[in-house]
Unconditional design. Structure first.
Length: 227
């Protein structure tokens, strides 16, 4: 059976990282059986990044590469009904949410106003974590933010980027709904379920077989977006 390795749960969702949550949601939507292993140590992961999967002895990293691999290997038909225009919309929405990830991560790890809340949540839900380990992880993220570019922004300027994406959210959601209007869901909701918005959503997505339902509860908290 396929095994998904990703960060542990936080704030009531299966993974506190949007990319791991995207893979988790995709596997659920597609009905692919899998084991879910929660880890903090990414040293065994391809490129040292979570999530990754091990599928019949083959290790695959990167959320998009994982989804492409699973779709091809397991001959999934989840997106076969999409038109070319809908596939383009899927790609554009996914890339838009990739950018929003950096704003969410910045708010959790870098902004001194919200770091204490995130730190407290991690320590409360995962007592095995240590102050030294969190300090090391925070320093690592600071370097990531600097080289990605968002770390060079003051907090309000960084959040302006995220709020600009959030203003597009109703349009993106309507387009995603158009992609899932057929008798079975498409994969785009997996990307949208991983979005680091400050809302709580519960959506019930039906498959082609009306007797089978996949329910995904999504509660993503980005403190900077709610204050």
């Amino acid at each position: 059976m396929l095994t998904l390795y990703s960060y542990p749960a936080l704030y009531g969702v299966a993974d506190n990282n949007g990319y791991g949550l995207k893979v988790f949601a995709f596997l659920k939507l597609a009905g692919v059986p899998f084991r879910h292993e929660h880890i903090f140590d990414a040293s065994a992961a391809p490129r040292g990044q979570l999530p990754y999967i091990v599928d019949a002895g083959e290790t695959i990293g990167d959320s998009d590469a994982i989804i492409a691999h699973v779709t091809a290997k397991h001959r999934l038909t989840i997106d076969t009904d999409l038109t070319g225009a809908q596939r383009d919309t899927d790609h554009l929405v996914t890339r838009m949410l990739d950018d929003l990830y950096w704003v969410m991560s910045y708010s959790r790890w870098k902004d001194e106003r919200f770091w204490p809340l995130f730190r407290a949540a991690l320590l409360r839900e995962h007592p095995s974590l240590t102050e030294a380990g969190l300090t090391k992880a925070r320093e690592f993220n600071f370097r990531r933010y600097h080289f990605q570019g968002i770390g060079r922004f003051a907090p309000d300027a960084a959040y302006a980027r995220g709020l600009a994406v959030c203003r597009c959210w109703p349009i993106s959601f309507r387009r995603a709904a158009m992609c899932t209007a057929a008798s079975r869901p498409a994969s785009m909701p997996a990307s949208m379920a991983s979005s680091p918005t400050s809302t709580s959503t519960r959506s019930r997505l039906r498959s082609g077989n009306s007797s089978r339902r996949t329910e995904i509860s999504c509660v993503i908290v980005a403190p900077s977006m709610t204050r």
